[in-house]
Design a protein around this ligand. Structure first.
Ligand code: PLP
Length: 436
């Protein structure tokens, strides 16, 4: 490691160089950032390197990462086992189309995913992101019924607090107000949005909704155990069992969006394991490649796949992203699964859970804190409201950490490989920044 970098780590967040790099100054005026009011937003931070749980900024500051890049980098950044696998694949074949051609990284990955998921979920359709994995899941559900001659089954039941992505189908099943897409009301396909059946009353309302509308429904879609970008809201496994029973009563498909919860984040490899509930379709992405490259997978149960088998070409699944099953991404995903096999990731998640519980405990007493909640490697401090979010984000950087509050929450979703010291720095920064 360069001496300068080592010094920067030791100094934590102290500044080394002050002039922004040339690429930053010249390129920023040409970039359009996500979820950002470009007129008023604070400038993004130029990053030059990321390693483990550290983000290295161009000015020499080093931040401890509390987000794992939107919950993807579960083994930390730049894990040598994944990097080696990707480099090896790069020499052989960075990409080849998946129409009419297949390759070992994808077929191996499909087989491994099928073996890890609940029994029966064993047909894998690859794509390139979480939103598209959800689109494909919804398309599978719609076409499942079309192929059976039931074209009236064209709508979905989704839940308040949900977030499933930014493409049009996915937007239509997000929370209509909190799901970041309220500007598009009236343009999106209309779905039924219910409260999650977390109380007896909500369960009754949900059951009644299904009684009334089942004939027009294709599927129920839910993020199991944790609704992520909708506010890091938790529910129990009994809710998923209620949904499974309701889906069976009305012969609906059940879709689990495990784009966020998949690969250990909630404490088990998949959230559905904790509830012992198997969906008919599951969407995966984010930590699938250990956060190295974009990849999504929609995995269908046998009965779903079989509804597409016929002598009729139009019964085939009509989807095929150009970069589906990209060999580099599949190689990264296989290497990530190796790490789940070889290293004690789920034990690390349990240790992180305990450290988040104790480290965030004192936040409960702070003014404006409404709730502190922890599940697996997810720690959340919910506030009454956040006034100036840019200012809050800036104060975290000043404290030497990368934490990105949204809505009314400040949350930590670190890499599972984070050290005890780094995690302590994160929880201390959350408590001290919120105390000011
Ligand atoms: N589904 C869930 C549960 C998510 O949390 C997200 C992203 O945050 C998505 C889908 C969309 O994934 P992507 O951003 O890769 O399109």
């Amino acid at each position: 490691m360069l001496r300068k970098t080592k010094e920067a780590i030791n100094r934590g967040h102290s500044q080394v160089n002050s002039a922004p790099p040339d690429w930053f100054a010249r390129g920023l005026g040409h970039i359009w950032l996500p979820y950002t009011q470009m007129k008023t937003a604070a400038q993004p931070l130029p990053v030059v390197r990321a390693q483990g749980s550290r983000i290295y900024l161009a000015d020499g500051r080093v931040l401890i990462d509390g987000v794992a890049s939107w919950w993807t980098a579960c083994h930390g950044y730049n894990h040598p086992h994944i990097s080696t696998a990707v480099s090896h694949q790069l020499e052989l074949m960075p990409h080849v189309m998946f129409g009419g051609l297949v390759h070992e990284p994808a077929l191996l990955l499909a087989r491994r995913l099928a073996a890890l998921l609940p029994a029966g979920l064993d047909r894998v359709f690859f794509c390139d992101s979480g939103s598209v994995a959800v689109e494909v899941a919804m398309k599978m559900a719609l076409q499942f019924w079309l192929n059976k001659g039931e074209s009236q089954r064209s709508r979905f039941v989704a839940f308040r607090g949900a977030y499933h992505g930014d493409t049009f189908g996915a937007m239509s099943v997000c929370d209509p107000e909190e799901g970041m897409h309220s500007r598009f009301t009236g343009v999106l396909p209309r779905q039924y949005i219910a409260d999650l059946p977390v109380t007896a009353q909500a369960a009754r309302a949900f059951d009644e909704l299904l009684e009334r509308h089942a004939a027009s429904l294709a599927a129920i879609i839910v993020e199991p155990l944790v609704q992520g970008a909708g506010g890091m809201l938790f529910h129990g496994p009994e809710v998923l069992r209620h949904l499974r029973a309701a889906a069976e009563r009305h012969e609906l498909l059940l879709i689990f969006d495990e784009v966020f919860t998949g690969f250990g984040r909630t404490g088990t490899l998949f959230a559905c394991e904790a509830a012992r509930v198997a969906p008919d379709i599951i969407a995966l992405s984010k930590a699938l490649t250990g956060g190295t490259l974009g990849l999504g997978a929609t995995v269908a149960a046998k009965n779903v796949f079989e509804a597409f088998l016929s002598g009729e070409p139009a019964h085939a699944l009509m989807h095929g992203p150009t970069f589906m099953a990209n060999p580099l991404a599949c190689a990264a995903a296989n290497a990530s699964l190796d790490l789940f096999e070889r290293e004690p990731r789920l034990k690390q998640v349990a240790a992180i859970e305990a450290a988040l519980v104790s480290g965030l405990e004192s936040a409960r007493k702070l003014p404006h804190v409404r709730e502190v909640r922890v599940r697996g490697a997810i720690g959340v401090v919910e506030l009454d409201r956040i006034g100036d979010i840019d200012e809050l984000r800036r104060r975290f950087v000043e404290a030497g950490v990368f934490v990105r509050p949204f809505g009314k929450i400040v949350y930590l979703t670190p890499a599972f490989t984070i050290s005890e010291d780094e995690l302590r720095s994160l929880t201390r920064a959350v408590v001290s920044v919120l105390a000011r």
